[in-house]
Design a protein around this ligand. Structure first.
Ligand code: ADP
Ligand code: ZN
Length: 213
């Protein structure tokens, strides 16, 4: 399976990719995760990317494109779930060339479609486990605020720097300006599946699987 997950920040790309990668036994490639790992390790790539991420801006295309190109050459990446890439038309063009060279065409582009106010609510309440990396939402953790550890492993939950409300508004603007044009771009390929994504992760997963058949 070679799939692109498309959708605004907070639409659930990372959560769905986590669920889908087990079903389809393929690599989950999250450009955001790769940047955050590099930022944590203070690599040159991480420090550069961090400047843009903390403002809610996109990392420049040439940096992202080079990084994805390297990742796709790794042996586990013949099947993949792309989470967070492409995010601009130039990225989509470069991605198309990469896949052509590798002779690995895309099977599907899944758009997670959701109302913008729901997104802001989700993002300001989003927490990530420092230990296992799982994504949680305080809204669906039901009054467990006295012991706000990871329900799965007990690890510390933290809020990403770029999930502060002002930064979120900027990320949504960037999505609308630069990424949403990819919807009609991919619609032309006949491989676009639009999924309404405001319900629970499990329900959204079922809708994706039903659409893909
Ligand atoms: P979200 O989808 O919730 O915004 P991500 O983890 O996908 O979160 O991305 C976090 C940040 O990493 C983005 O706001 C952006 O700065 C940077 N980033 C990730 N992927 C890309 C990309 N394909 N192009 C440019 N910047 C990216
Ligand atoms: Zn955990």
């Amino acid at each position: 399976m070679r799939m692109v997950l498309l959708g605004a920040p907070g639409s659930g790309k990372g959560t769905q990719a986590d669920l889908l990668k087990d079903k389809y036994a393929c690599a989950h490639i999250s450009t955001g995760d790769i940047f955050r790992r590099n930022l944590l390790a203070k690599t040159e790539l991480g420090v550069k990317a961090g400047e843009f991420m903390n403002r809610g801006e996109l990392v420049p295309d040439e940096i992202v494109i080079g990084m994805v190109k390297d990742r796709l050459r790794e042996s586990d990446a013949t099947g993949f779930l792309m989470d967070g890439f492409p995010r601009t038309i130039p990225q989509a063009e470069a991605f198309g060339v990469m896949l052509e060279e590798l002779k690995t065409p895309l099977d599907a582009v899944v758009l997670l479609d959701i109302d913008e106010e729901i997104l802001v609510g989700r993002l300001t309440n989003r927490r990530t486990c420092r230990a296992c990396g799982k994504i949680w939402n305080l809204l669906s953790m039901k009054g467990d605020n006295l012991s706000p550890g990871c329900p799965e492993c007990g690890g510390e939950l933290y809020q990403r720097d770029d999930d502060a409300e002002l930064v979120i508004r900027n990320r949504l603007k960037v999505y609308n300006d630069q990424t949403s044009p990819l919807v009609s771009w991919y619609a032309k390929t006949g491989k676009l599946y639009t999924i309404e994504a405001s319900a629970s992760p499990d329900e959204t997963l079922k809708k994706i699987q039903a659409a893909l058949g």
